[in-house]
Design a protein around this ligand. Structure first.
Ligand code: AMP
Length: 280
């Protein structure tokens, strides 16, 4: 497995593979890899001849008061995880390689980015779309893999790939959880023991919401209220949002119909965690 730090190195390697008629998969990450990331890499390895994993803590998708500086990083461990999962190339650029001086072109989306995480993180998806567009242009993969853990991101990237005619297949992968149900996240490392226990409330509340839908409840407000009430029983939890939206448009819905995304963002102490389920 190779580690590339420049765009040029990635292009040269991918061009070489292309000359040999190989297919290429891309897994974009911010590193500090866990089993969730690994599941994406493993899936990509099973569906492509070569897999590129990008490890880049993208400054553009962090707000001014967010955790860019403290975001966990461990490139040696990440390289080992990528190698073990069968990746062929890790792209680990410095911010200056991705955003040269005078950088001033961005990808903005008017739909899909206003609600959910976009509401409390107003510049987040501009950063996500811009970096993913750059990675698509650098790697030019056949397929790119994203986790349902970041459901809005998955929807936004799919929409962008379609809008901008990338011709890249966007593949959504299921949420990988700890044994006790907490969705795996690099940010879980911020949690104290007490907070780690409190964080279980996200999955617990969502599971009750899912049960309610499965038992035939159609009123989205009732489902939201059930989820919120359960989260509010946890003293360390502070809700950022609890939403029930159409998985197609990410617009809030009144009645459960078609594919539905129930998503939450909750502060546990200072750490903002997200979780969700999609149900038909
Ligand atoms: P991140 O490094 O947090 O930007 O995540 C990189 C990719 O891994 C994104 O597509 C995430 O949705 C995905 N991912 C993160 N956590 C999980 C998880 N627990 N299960 C599945 N995919 C995940």
């Amino acid at each position: 497995m190779k580690i590339a730090v420049t765009v040029k190195e990635v292009r040269n390697q991918v061009n070489e593979w292309r000359r040999q008629g190989m297919s290429v998969g891309l897994v974009p990450t911010m590193g500090y890899l866990h089993e969730g990331h690994k599941s994406l890499i493993t899936r990509a390895v099973s569906e492509n001849d070569k897999v590129v994993v990008s490890v880049f803590v993208n400054p553009m998708q962090f707000g001014p008061s967010e955790d860019l500086e403290s975001y966990p990083r461990d490139m040696d461990r990440d390289a080992a995880v990528c190698e073990e999962a069968g990746a062929a190339l890790v792209f680990h650029p410095e911010p200056s390689e991705m955003y040269h001086e005078g950088f001033s072109s961005y990808i903005d989306m008017n739909t899909l980015t206003e609600g959910l995480c976009g509401k409390s993180r107003p510049t987040h998806f501009r950063g996500v779309c811009t970096v993913v567009a750059k990675l698509f242009n650098i790697v030019v993969p056949d397929r790119a893999y994203f986790g349902q853990k970041d459901a809005q991101q998955l929807a936004v990237v799919r929409h962008m790939a379609d809008d901008l005619s990338y011709g890249i297949e966007i593949i959504g992968c299921p949420i990988v959880r700890e044994e006790d149900g907490l969705a795996k996240s690099s940010r879980n490392t911020y949690l104290s023991n007490e907070e780690r226990k409190a964080a279980l409330i996200l999955n617990k509340a969502l599971s009750e919401g899912k049960k309610l839908i499965n038992s035939g409840e159609k009123d989205a407000d009732k489902i939201k209220a059930t989820i919120s009430d359960i989260i509010n029983t946890e003293p360390l939890a502070r809700i950022d949002y609890v939403e029930v939206v159409s998985w197609d448009t990410l617009e809030p819905i009144k009645e459960i119909n078609g594919q539905v995304l129930a998503a939450v963002a909750v502060f546990i102490g200072k750490t903002r965690l997200i979780d969700n389920f999609i149900i038909s």
